[in-house]
Design a protein around this ligand. Structure first.
Ligand SMILES: Cc1cc2nc3c(=O)[nH]c(=O)nc-3n(C[C@H](O)[C@H](O)[C@H](O)COP(=O)(O)OP(=O)(O)OC[C@H]3O[C@@H](n4cnc5c(N)ncnc54)[C@H](O)[C@@H]3O)c2cc1C
Length: 475
Protein backbone atom coordinates (compact mmCIF):
# COMPACT_ATOMS: atom_id res chain seq x y z
CA UNK A 1 0.00 0.00 0.00
CA UNK A 2 1.43 3.47 -0.87
CA UNK A 3 2.92 5.24 2.15
CA UNK A 4 0.68 8.33 1.91
CA UNK A 5 -2.46 6.13 1.85
CA UNK A 6 -1.32 4.18 4.88
CA UNK A 7 -0.89 7.41 6.81
CA UNK A 8 -4.33 8.72 5.92
CA UNK A 9 -5.84 5.30 6.47
CA UNK A 10 -4.42 4.98 9.95
CA UNK A 11 -5.93 8.38 10.91
CA UNK A 12 -9.34 7.40 9.70
CA UNK A 13 -8.79 3.82 10.86
CA UNK A 14 -8.85 4.88 14.48
CA UNK A 15 -12.47 6.05 14.22
CA UNK A 16 -13.97 3.86 11.50
CA UNK A 17 -16.05 0.87 12.67
CA UNK A 18 -16.51 -2.17 10.47
CA UNK A 19 -18.79 -5.15 11.07
CA UNK A 20 -18.00 -8.52 9.48
CA UNK A 21 -20.61 -11.29 9.39
CA UNK A 22 -18.85 -14.69 9.43
CA UNK A 23 -15.56 -15.65 11.07
CA UNK A 24 -14.33 -18.17 8.52
CA UNK A 25 -11.20 -17.72 6.40
CA UNK A 26 -12.83 -14.85 4.46
CA UNK A 27 -14.00 -12.83 7.48
CA UNK A 28 -10.85 -13.35 9.54
CA UNK A 29 -8.52 -12.54 6.67
CA UNK A 30 -10.57 -9.40 5.88
CA UNK A 31 -10.10 -8.32 9.53
CA UNK A 32 -6.40 -9.20 9.29
CA UNK A 33 -5.80 -7.06 6.20
CA UNK A 34 -7.96 -4.19 7.46
CA UNK A 35 -5.85 -4.04 10.61
CA UNK A 36 -2.69 -3.99 8.47
CA UNK A 37 -4.15 -0.92 6.78
CA UNK A 38 -4.79 0.82 10.08
CA UNK A 39 -8.46 -0.14 10.51
CA UNK A 40 -8.63 -2.01 13.79
CA UNK A 41 -12.22 -1.41 14.98
CA UNK A 42 -13.56 -4.55 13.38
CA UNK A 43 -16.30 -6.62 15.04
CA UNK A 44 -16.86 -10.13 13.70
CA UNK A 45 -20.23 -11.80 14.24
CA UNK A 46 -20.03 -15.59 14.06
CA UNK A 47 -23.18 -17.68 14.14
CA UNK A 48 -21.49 -20.85 15.44
CA UNK A 49 -19.49 -21.35 18.61
CA UNK A 50 -16.15 -21.59 16.82
CA UNK A 51 -14.17 -19.55 14.31
CA UNK A 52 -12.87 -21.18 11.11
CA UNK A 53 -16.05 -22.09 9.19
CA UNK A 54 -15.16 -24.77 6.66
CA UNK A 55 -11.73 -25.07 8.30
CA UNK A 56 -12.65 -27.52 10.98
CA UNK A 57 -10.41 -30.05 12.71
CA UNK A 58 -10.81 -32.86 15.18
CA UNK A 59 -8.05 -32.80 17.76
CA UNK A 60 -7.29 -36.31 18.98
CA UNK A 61 -4.70 -37.73 21.34
CA UNK A 62 -2.87 -39.30 18.37
CA UNK A 63 -2.91 -36.12 16.21
CA UNK A 64 -5.26 -33.74 14.47
CA UNK A 65 -7.44 -34.61 11.53
CA UNK A 66 -9.01 -31.99 9.26
CA UNK A 67 -12.64 -32.35 8.31
CA UNK A 68 -12.76 -29.27 6.09
CA UNK A 69 -9.90 -27.54 4.31
CA UNK A 70 -6.64 -29.37 4.65
CA UNK A 71 -4.22 -28.91 1.76
CA UNK A 72 -1.83 -26.03 1.14
CA UNK A 73 -0.26 -25.68 -2.30
CA UNK A 74 2.85 -23.73 -3.35
CA UNK A 75 0.69 -20.91 -4.76
CA UNK A 76 -0.87 -20.34 -1.27
CA UNK A 77 1.45 -17.40 -0.69
CA UNK A 78 -0.96 -15.19 1.26
CA UNK A 79 -2.12 -17.95 3.62
CA UNK A 80 1.47 -19.03 4.17
CA UNK A 81 2.48 -15.43 4.92
CA UNK A 82 -0.23 -15.20 7.60
CA UNK A 83 0.91 -18.60 8.90
CA UNK A 84 4.53 -17.44 9.07
CA UNK A 85 3.52 -14.36 11.07
CA UNK A 86 1.35 -16.48 13.38
CA UNK A 87 4.10 -19.13 13.76
CA UNK A 88 1.96 -22.03 12.45
CA UNK A 89 4.05 -25.00 11.28
CA UNK A 90 3.20 -27.09 8.20
CA UNK A 91 4.03 -30.70 7.31
CA UNK A 92 3.86 -32.59 3.99
CA UNK A 93 0.85 -34.77 3.15
CA UNK A 94 1.10 -38.52 2.55
CA UNK A 95 0.69 -40.13 -0.86
CA UNK A 96 -2.33 -39.72 -3.16
CA UNK A 97 -3.84 -42.92 -4.60
CA UNK A 98 -6.55 -43.29 -7.18
CA UNK A 99 -8.87 -46.27 -6.69
CA UNK A 100 -10.71 -47.99 -9.52
CA UNK A 101 -12.17 -51.36 -10.36
CA UNK A 102 -10.86 -53.31 -13.33
CA UNK A 103 -12.87 -56.47 -14.13
CA UNK A 104 -14.29 -56.25 -10.62
CA UNK A 105 -10.81 -56.20 -9.05
CA UNK A 106 -9.46 -53.16 -7.17
CA UNK A 107 -6.56 -51.32 -8.78
CA UNK A 108 -4.53 -48.50 -7.25
CA UNK A 109 -3.05 -45.90 -9.58
CA UNK A 110 -1.46 -42.48 -9.53
CA UNK A 111 -3.18 -39.69 -11.46
CA UNK A 112 -0.41 -39.89 -14.09
CA UNK A 113 -1.06 -43.62 -14.61
CA UNK A 114 -4.77 -42.94 -15.02
CA UNK A 115 -4.15 -40.36 -17.70
CA UNK A 116 -1.58 -42.55 -19.48
CA UNK A 117 -4.04 -45.43 -19.63
CA UNK A 118 -6.15 -43.32 -22.04
CA UNK A 119 -3.67 -40.93 -23.64
CA UNK A 120 -0.04 -40.95 -24.78
CA UNK A 121 2.65 -39.10 -22.82
CA UNK A 122 2.90 -36.64 -25.70
CA UNK A 123 -0.85 -35.88 -25.56
CA UNK A 124 -0.63 -35.41 -21.80
CA UNK A 125 2.35 -33.03 -22.02
CA UNK A 126 0.76 -31.13 -24.90
CA UNK A 127 -2.47 -30.66 -22.92
CA UNK A 128 -0.49 -29.39 -19.93
CA UNK A 129 1.59 -26.95 -21.95
CA UNK A 130 -1.54 -25.62 -23.73
CA UNK A 131 -3.20 -25.13 -20.36
CA UNK A 132 -0.22 -23.15 -19.09
CA UNK A 133 -0.13 -21.08 -22.30
CA UNK A 134 -3.87 -20.32 -21.97
CA UNK A 135 -3.33 -19.26 -18.35
CA UNK A 136 -0.59 -16.91 -19.52
CA UNK A 137 -2.88 -15.44 -22.16
CA UNK A 138 -5.56 -14.66 -19.56
CA UNK A 139 -3.30 -13.90 -16.62
CA UNK A 140 -4.12 -10.18 -16.49
CA UNK A 141 -7.66 -10.98 -15.34
CA UNK A 142 -6.79 -14.21 -13.54
CA UNK A 143 -4.35 -12.48 -11.22
CA UNK A 144 -7.01 -9.98 -10.22
CA UNK A 145 -9.18 -11.43 -7.45
CA UNK A 146 -12.80 -11.98 -8.49
CA UNK A 147 -14.30 -12.90 -11.84
CA UNK A 148 -15.29 -9.60 -13.42
CA UNK A 149 -14.35 -9.04 -17.07
CA UNK A 150 -14.82 -12.66 -18.14
CA UNK A 151 -18.39 -12.64 -19.50
CA UNK A 152 -19.29 -13.64 -23.07
CA UNK A 153 -18.91 -10.09 -24.39
CA UNK A 154 -15.53 -9.44 -22.68
CA UNK A 155 -12.05 -9.89 -24.20
CA UNK A 156 -11.48 -12.88 -21.86
CA UNK A 157 -14.78 -14.54 -22.72
CA UNK A 158 -13.13 -17.98 -23.18
CA UNK A 159 -13.00 -18.13 -19.39
CA UNK A 160 -16.77 -18.32 -19.08
CA UNK A 161 -17.07 -21.43 -21.31
CA UNK A 162 -17.74 -24.87 -19.85
CA UNK A 163 -14.35 -26.54 -19.29
CA UNK A 164 -15.34 -29.67 -21.28
CA UNK A 165 -16.21 -27.60 -24.37
CA UNK A 166 -13.05 -25.51 -24.03
CA UNK A 167 -10.67 -28.49 -23.69
CA UNK A 168 -12.18 -30.22 -26.71
CA UNK A 169 -11.95 -27.02 -28.82
CA UNK A 170 -8.27 -26.76 -27.85
CA UNK A 171 -7.10 -30.39 -27.83
CA UNK A 172 -6.58 -30.70 -24.06
CA UNK A 173 -8.84 -33.70 -23.28
CA UNK A 174 -6.31 -35.41 -20.92
CA UNK A 175 -7.01 -32.61 -18.43
CA UNK A 176 -10.51 -34.01 -17.82
CA UNK A 177 -8.92 -37.16 -16.36
CA UNK A 178 -6.03 -35.38 -14.68
CA UNK A 179 -8.27 -32.94 -12.80
CA UNK A 180 -10.59 -35.58 -11.32
CA UNK A 181 -8.48 -35.49 -8.15
CA UNK A 182 -8.60 -31.77 -7.33
CA UNK A 183 -12.23 -31.39 -8.48
CA UNK A 184 -14.49 -34.46 -8.08
CA UNK A 185 -12.56 -35.85 -5.11
CA UNK A 186 -12.64 -32.46 -3.38
CA UNK A 187 -16.39 -31.97 -3.77
CA UNK A 188 -16.53 -29.55 -6.72
CA UNK A 189 -18.20 -32.16 -8.95
CA UNK A 190 -17.60 -32.68 -12.66
CA UNK A 191 -14.82 -30.32 -13.74
CA UNK A 192 -16.08 -30.43 -17.34
CA UNK A 193 -19.32 -28.71 -16.33
CA UNK A 194 -17.64 -25.69 -14.68
CA UNK A 195 -16.56 -22.43 -16.28
CA UNK A 196 -12.89 -22.37 -17.28
CA UNK A 197 -12.31 -19.39 -14.95
CA UNK A 198 -13.08 -21.46 -11.86
CA UNK A 199 -10.60 -24.13 -12.97
CA UNK A 200 -7.84 -21.65 -13.69
CA UNK A 201 -8.43 -19.67 -10.52
CA UNK A 202 -8.11 -22.86 -8.46
CA UNK A 203 -5.25 -24.37 -10.47
CA UNK A 204 -2.70 -21.70 -11.44
CA UNK A 205 0.63 -22.81 -12.97
CA UNK A 206 2.45 -23.45 -9.64
CA UNK A 207 -0.38 -25.77 -8.52
CA UNK A 208 -0.61 -27.50 -11.90
CA UNK A 209 3.13 -28.13 -12.16
CA UNK A 210 3.55 -29.49 -8.61
CA UNK A 211 0.50 -31.69 -9.08
CA UNK A 212 1.81 -33.02 -12.41
CA UNK A 213 5.44 -33.51 -11.41
CA UNK A 214 5.22 -34.12 -7.66
CA UNK A 215 8.11 -36.60 -7.60
CA UNK A 216 10.53 -34.13 -9.22
CA UNK A 217 9.51 -31.31 -6.89
CA UNK A 218 9.94 -33.61 -3.88
CA UNK A 219 13.40 -34.61 -5.06
CA UNK A 220 14.22 -30.89 -5.25
CA UNK A 221 13.07 -30.41 -1.62
CA UNK A 222 9.67 -28.91 -2.55
CA UNK A 223 7.26 -31.28 -0.85
CA UNK A 224 3.70 -30.19 -1.71
CA UNK A 225 0.90 -30.34 -0.79
CA UNK A 226 1.36 -29.54 2.89
CA UNK A 227 -1.04 -29.16 5.80
CA UNK A 228 -0.99 -27.39 9.14
CA UNK A 229 0.63 -29.66 11.74
CA UNK A 230 -2.03 -28.64 14.32
CA UNK A 231 -4.90 -28.54 11.81
CA UNK A 232 -6.54 -25.86 9.69
CA UNK A 233 -9.31 -25.16 12.23
CA UNK A 234 -6.92 -24.38 15.12
CA UNK A 235 -4.92 -22.16 12.74
CA UNK A 236 -7.88 -19.81 12.17
CA UNK A 237 -8.96 -20.09 15.80
CA UNK A 238 -5.54 -18.82 16.80
CA UNK A 239 -5.92 -15.90 14.37
CA UNK A 240 -9.44 -15.22 15.71
CA UNK A 241 -8.01 -14.60 19.20
CA UNK A 242 -6.45 -11.40 17.89
CA UNK A 243 -9.86 -9.95 16.95
CA UNK A 244 -13.18 -9.02 18.51
CA UNK A 245 -15.14 -12.13 17.48
CA UNK A 246 -18.64 -12.55 18.96
CA UNK A 247 -19.63 -16.22 19.02
CA UNK A 248 -23.17 -17.59 18.77
CA UNK A 249 -24.13 -14.25 17.22
CA UNK A 250 -27.54 -14.12 15.63
CA UNK A 251 -27.95 -11.13 13.33
CA UNK A 252 -31.51 -9.85 13.71
CA UNK A 253 -31.62 -7.01 11.25
CA UNK A 254 -29.41 -4.73 9.24
CA UNK A 255 -30.29 -1.27 7.94
CA UNK A 256 -27.88 0.12 5.41
CA UNK A 257 -27.40 3.60 4.12
CA UNK A 258 -24.56 6.03 4.78
CA UNK A 259 -24.19 4.22 8.12
CA UNK A 260 -25.00 0.57 8.71
CA UNK A 261 -27.07 -0.32 11.75
CA UNK A 262 -26.69 -3.91 12.88
CA UNK A 263 -28.83 -5.53 15.57
CA UNK A 264 -27.77 -8.91 16.89
CA UNK A 265 -27.92 -11.10 19.96
CA UNK A 266 -25.03 -13.15 21.26
CA UNK A 267 -24.12 -15.54 24.04
CA UNK A 268 -25.34 -18.85 25.27
CA UNK A 269 -28.91 -20.09 25.29
CA UNK A 270 -31.02 -18.42 27.97
CA UNK A 271 -28.35 -15.78 28.50
CA UNK A 272 -28.41 -13.86 25.27
CA UNK A 273 -27.38 -10.23 25.15
CA UNK A 274 -28.93 -7.91 22.53
CA UNK A 275 -26.88 -5.30 20.70
CA UNK A 276 -27.71 -2.55 18.25
CA UNK A 277 -24.71 -0.67 16.89
CA UNK A 278 -23.75 1.60 14.03
CA UNK A 279 -20.90 0.83 11.68
CA UNK A 280 -19.33 2.60 8.73
CA UNK A 281 -19.32 -0.56 6.62
CA UNK A 282 -20.65 -4.11 6.68
CA UNK A 283 -18.76 -7.05 5.16
CA UNK A 284 -20.74 -10.20 4.47
CA UNK A 285 -18.11 -12.93 4.72
CA UNK A 286 -20.62 -15.74 4.32
CA UNK A 287 -23.04 -16.95 1.68
CA UNK A 288 -24.76 -13.67 0.69
CA UNK A 289 -28.14 -15.43 0.56
CA UNK A 290 -28.23 -15.72 4.36
CA UNK A 291 -28.45 -11.92 4.51
CA UNK A 292 -31.91 -12.18 2.98
CA UNK A 293 -33.10 -13.17 6.42
CA UNK A 294 -32.07 -9.92 8.10
CA UNK A 295 -31.68 -7.16 5.55
CA UNK A 296 -33.58 -5.21 2.91
CA UNK A 297 -31.83 -5.80 -0.36
CA UNK A 298 -32.59 -4.41 -3.76
CA UNK A 299 -34.50 -6.36 -6.39
CA UNK A 300 -31.36 -6.74 -8.53
CA UNK A 301 -29.44 -8.23 -5.58
CA UNK A 302 -32.30 -10.67 -4.99
CA UNK A 303 -32.42 -11.67 -8.66
CA UNK A 304 -28.65 -12.10 -8.80
CA UNK A 305 -28.34 -14.21 -5.67
CA UNK A 306 -31.12 -16.52 -6.87
CA UNK A 307 -28.64 -17.74 -9.50
CA UNK A 308 -26.19 -19.17 -6.95
CA UNK A 309 -25.74 -22.95 -6.98
CA UNK A 310 -24.04 -25.10 -4.32
CA UNK A 311 -23.03 -28.75 -3.92
CA UNK A 312 -23.64 -30.98 -0.93
CA UNK A 313 -20.36 -32.09 0.64
CA UNK A 314 -19.88 -34.00 3.83
CA UNK A 315 -17.04 -35.49 5.85
CA UNK A 316 -17.41 -38.18 8.49
CA UNK A 317 -14.49 -39.12 10.71
CA UNK A 318 -14.49 -42.66 12.10
CA UNK A 319 -12.07 -44.97 13.84
CA UNK A 320 -10.64 -47.21 11.11
CA UNK A 321 -8.10 -49.97 10.69
CA UNK A 322 -6.59 -51.75 7.70
CA UNK A 323 -6.34 -48.68 5.46
CA UNK A 324 -3.10 -47.20 4.11
CA UNK A 325 -1.94 -43.79 5.34
CA UNK A 326 -2.89 -41.78 2.24
CA UNK A 327 -5.43 -39.60 0.51
CA UNK A 328 -7.30 -42.21 -1.56
CA UNK A 329 -9.88 -41.08 -4.10
CA UNK A 330 -12.33 -42.98 -6.27
CA UNK A 331 -11.32 -42.34 -9.86
CA UNK A 332 -14.66 -42.88 -11.63
CA UNK A 333 -17.00 -40.19 -10.41
CA UNK A 334 -19.53 -42.07 -8.24
CA UNK A 335 -23.18 -41.05 -7.74
CA UNK A 336 -24.71 -39.07 -4.84
CA UNK A 337 -23.94 -40.39 -1.38
CA UNK A 338 -21.15 -42.68 -2.58
CA UNK A 339 -17.63 -42.61 -1.20
CA UNK A 340 -15.48 -40.17 -3.20
CA UNK A 341 -12.36 -40.03 -1.07
CA UNK A 342 -10.91 -41.03 2.28
CA UNK A 343 -7.97 -39.61 4.15
CA UNK A 344 -6.07 -41.60 6.72
CA UNK A 345 -3.26 -39.39 8.07
CA UNK A 346 -1.51 -42.11 10.12
CA UNK A 347 -1.02 -45.86 9.53
CA UNK A 348 -2.58 -48.46 11.86
CA UNK A 349 -5.71 -48.00 13.92
CA UNK A 350 -6.85 -44.36 14.14
CA UNK A 351 -9.19 -41.73 12.72
CA UNK A 352 -9.99 -41.63 9.03
CA UNK A 353 -12.04 -38.94 7.22
CA UNK A 354 -14.55 -40.22 4.64
CA UNK A 355 -15.79 -37.74 2.00
CA UNK A 356 -19.16 -37.98 0.23
CA UNK A 357 -21.66 -35.77 -1.61
CA UNK A 358 -24.87 -37.02 0.01
CA UNK A 359 -28.45 -36.32 -0.99
CA UNK A 360 -30.37 -33.98 1.35
CA UNK A 361 -31.69 -35.42 4.60
CA UNK A 362 -29.35 -38.44 4.82
CA UNK A 363 -28.06 -39.12 8.33
CA UNK A 364 -24.35 -39.67 9.10
CA UNK A 365 -25.13 -43.32 9.96
CA UNK A 366 -26.81 -43.84 6.57
CA UNK A 367 -23.86 -42.17 4.86
CA UNK A 368 -21.47 -44.54 6.64
CA UNK A 369 -23.51 -47.62 5.67
CA UNK A 370 -22.98 -46.71 1.99
CA UNK A 371 -19.33 -45.79 2.64
CA UNK A 372 -18.63 -49.18 4.25
CA UNK A 373 -20.18 -50.93 1.22
CA UNK A 374 -18.09 -48.85 -1.19
CA UNK A 375 -14.92 -49.27 0.84
CA UNK A 376 -15.34 -53.07 0.82
CA UNK A 377 -14.87 -53.00 -2.98
CA UNK A 378 -11.35 -51.62 -2.56
CA UNK A 379 -10.30 -52.70 0.93
CA UNK A 380 -12.32 -55.81 1.86
CA UNK A 381 -10.39 -56.31 5.12
CA UNK A 382 -10.64 -52.76 6.45
CA UNK A 383 -12.73 -52.19 9.53
CA UNK A 384 -14.53 -48.91 10.17
CA UNK A 385 -15.69 -48.22 13.70
CA UNK A 386 -17.78 -45.56 15.40
CA UNK A 387 -18.36 -42.04 14.12
CA UNK A 388 -16.12 -39.54 15.90
CA UNK A 389 -17.33 -36.38 14.13
CA UNK A 390 -19.47 -35.46 11.15
CA UNK A 391 -19.88 -32.22 9.24
CA UNK A 392 -21.79 -31.33 6.11
CA UNK A 393 -21.77 -28.17 4.06
CA UNK A 394 -23.55 -26.32 1.31
CA UNK A 395 -20.35 -26.27 -0.64
CA UNK A 396 -18.86 -24.32 -3.53
CA UNK A 397 -21.25 -21.43 -4.22
CA UNK A 398 -20.95 -20.82 -7.96
CA UNK A 399 -22.99 -20.12 -11.08
CA UNK A 400 -23.56 -22.12 -14.26
CA UNK A 401 -21.44 -21.34 -17.34
CA UNK A 402 -24.54 -19.71 -18.89
CA UNK A 403 -24.94 -17.28 -15.98
CA UNK A 404 -21.18 -16.74 -15.90
CA UNK A 405 -21.20 -15.84 -19.63
CA UNK A 406 -24.25 -13.65 -19.05
CA UNK A 407 -22.20 -11.36 -16.77
CA UNK A 408 -23.15 -12.61 -13.29
CA UNK A 409 -19.82 -11.55 -11.83
CA UNK A 410 -19.78 -8.11 -13.44
CA UNK A 411 -23.14 -7.43 -11.84
CA UNK A 412 -21.97 -8.95 -8.56
CA UNK A 413 -18.86 -6.74 -8.43
CA UNK A 414 -20.98 -3.69 -9.22
CA UNK A 415 -22.86 -4.33 -5.96
CA UNK A 416 -19.71 -3.94 -3.86
CA UNK A 417 -19.92 -0.93 -1.59
CA UNK A 418 -23.53 -0.06 -2.39
CA UNK A 419 -25.07 1.25 0.81
CA UNK A 420 -21.71 0.41 2.48
CA UNK A 421 -22.20 -3.36 2.12
CA UNK A 422 -19.35 -5.50 0.83
CA UNK A 423 -19.11 -9.18 -0.01
CA UNK A 424 -16.25 -11.64 0.20
CA UNK A 425 -15.82 -15.42 0.50
CA UNK A 426 -16.16 -18.42 -1.75
CA UNK A 427 -18.79 -17.07 -4.18
CA UNK A 428 -16.68 -14.02 -4.97
CA UNK A 429 -13.34 -15.80 -5.01
CA UNK A 430 -13.78 -19.58 -5.63
CA UNK A 431 -14.07 -22.14 -2.86
CA UNK A 432 -10.43 -22.50 -1.82
CA UNK A 433 -8.49 -20.87 0.97
CA UNK A 434 -5.88 -18.93 -0.98
CA UNK A 435 -8.48 -17.47 -3.31
CA UNK A 436 -10.76 -16.50 -0.45
CA UNK A 437 -7.88 -14.85 1.42
CA UNK A 438 -6.55 -13.06 -1.69
CA UNK A 439 -10.03 -11.70 -2.36
CA UNK A 440 -10.35 -10.45 1.22
CA UNK A 441 -7.07 -8.59 0.84
CA UNK A 442 -8.24 -6.85 -2.33
CA UNK A 443 -11.58 -6.10 -0.68
CA UNK A 444 -9.76 -4.46 2.24
CA UNK A 445 -7.98 -2.20 -0.27
CA UNK A 446 -11.23 -1.30 -2.04
CA UNK A 447 -12.98 -0.64 1.24
CA UNK A 448 -10.18 1.56 2.53
CA UNK A 449 -10.20 3.50 -0.76
CA UNK A 450 -13.92 3.89 -0.46
CA UNK A 451 -13.78 5.08 3.14
CA UNK A 452 -11.05 7.56 2.28
CA UNK A 453 -13.21 8.88 -0.54
CA UNK A 454 -10.84 7.82 -3.33
CA UNK A 455 -13.35 5.50 -4.92
CA UNK A 456 -15.76 6.16 -7.74
CA UNK A 457 -18.09 3.41 -6.53
CA UNK A 458 -21.63 4.66 -6.08
CA UNK A 459 -23.24 5.03 -2.72
CA UNK A 460 -26.65 5.49 -4.35
CA UNK A 461 -29.49 3.74 -2.65
CA UNK A 462 -31.37 1.58 -5.16
CA UNK A 463 -35.09 0.94 -4.60
CA UNK A 464 -34.95 -1.31 -1.56
CA UNK A 465 -37.10 -4.41 -1.52
CA UNK A 466 -37.13 -7.39 0.77
CA UNK A 467 -34.94 -10.22 -0.46
CA UNK A 468 -36.65 -13.43 0.46
CA UNK A 469 -34.25 -15.86 2.14
CA UNK A 470 -33.53 -18.35 -0.63
CA UNK A 471 -33.07 -21.99 0.17
CA UNK A 472 -29.89 -23.53 -1.23
CA UNK A 473 -30.14 -24.55 -4.89
CA UNK A 474 -28.24 -27.75 -5.52
CA UNK A 475 -26.80 -28.74 -8.89
C1 LIG B 1 -14.30 -30.95 3.15
C2 LIG B 1 -13.62 -29.71 2.64
C3 LIG B 1 -12.31 -29.78 2.19
C4 LIG B 1 -11.67 -28.64 1.73
N1 LIG B 1 -10.36 -28.73 1.37
C5 LIG B 1 -9.70 -27.62 1.02
C6 LIG B 1 -8.31 -27.67 0.79
O1 LIG B 1 -7.69 -28.72 0.96
N2 LIG B 1 -7.67 -26.53 0.40
C7 LIG B 1 -8.35 -25.36 0.23
O2 LIG B 1 -7.74 -24.36 -0.14
N3 LIG B 1 -9.67 -25.27 0.48
C8 LIG B 1 -10.36 -26.37 0.88
N4 LIG B 1 -11.68 -26.29 1.17
C9 LIG B 1 -12.39 -25.02 0.92
C10 LIG B 1 -12.20 -24.02 2.07
O3 LIG B 1 -12.41 -24.63 3.28
C11 LIG B 1 -13.19 -22.88 1.89
O4 LIG B 1 -13.10 -22.34 0.61
C12 LIG B 1 -12.99 -21.75 2.89
O5 LIG B 1 -12.86 -22.25 4.18
C13 LIG B 1 -14.17 -20.79 2.77
O6 LIG B 1 -14.04 -19.77 3.73
P1 LIG B 1 -15.20 -18.69 3.92
O7 LIG B 1 -14.80 -17.85 5.05
O8 LIG B 1 -15.51 -18.07 2.61
O9 LIG B 1 -16.51 -19.54 4.26
P2 LIG B 1 -16.80 -20.42 5.54
O10 LIG B 1 -15.61 -21.19 5.91
O11 LIG B 1 -18.06 -21.17 5.21
O12 LIG B 1 -17.08 -19.36 6.68
C14 LIG B 1 -18.28 -18.64 6.77
C15 LIG B 1 -18.53 -18.38 8.25
O13 LIG B 1 -19.69 -17.56 8.34
C16 LIG B 1 -20.51 -18.06 9.38
N5 LIG B 1 -21.88 -17.63 9.07
C17 LIG B 1 -22.69 -18.04 8.08
N6 LIG B 1 -23.86 -17.41 8.15
C18 LIG B 1 -23.80 -16.57 9.20
C19 LIG B 1 -24.70 -15.65 9.79
N7 LIG B 1 -25.92 -15.45 9.31
N8 LIG B 1 -24.29 -14.95 10.88
C20 LIG B 1 -23.06 -15.12 11.40
N9 LIG B 1 -22.16 -16.00 10.88
C21 LIG B 1 -22.52 -16.71 9.80
C22 LIG B 1 -20.31 -19.56 9.34
O14 LIG B 1 -20.66 -20.16 10.58
C23 LIG B 1 -18.82 -19.65 9.04
O15 LIG B 1 -18.04 -19.66 10.21
C24 LIG B 1 -12.35 -27.41 1.67
C25 LIG B 1 -13.65 -27.32 2.14
C26 LIG B 1 -14.28 -28.46 2.63
C27 LIG B 1 -15.70 -28.35 3.14
Amino acid sequence: MPYYRLLTASDQGSTTRICVVGAGAAGLSAAWYLRKRGFSHVTLLERSGQAGGKCLSLEQAGGTIDLGAALLMPNYKKVLAIAAEAGAATVPVAAFRGLRLRDGKPVTQTVGQMVLERYSLLEMLRAGSRYLAAYRKHRAVLRRPGFAGMAADAPHSDLSKPFRQWVSENGMEPLLTQLVLPFAAFGYGDVGALSVAYVMRYIPPAFYLTMSFRKFFRAAGQDWPRRFARGFGPFWQQIAKRFDVRMHALVEFVECDRQVTVAWSEGSHGNRVHHREQFDALILACDPRVAGGFADWSADEAALFAKIRTKPYSVTVCEAEGLPASVSFVAEMPGPGRLIQFWKPEPGRGPCAFYTCPADGISPEEIMTQVRDDLRLFHPRASVGRILRHASWDYFPHVTPEDFADGFYDRFEALQGRRNVWYCGALAAFESIENVVAYSESLADRLVDHLLGNSTESLGRPGASKLQPTSPVRD
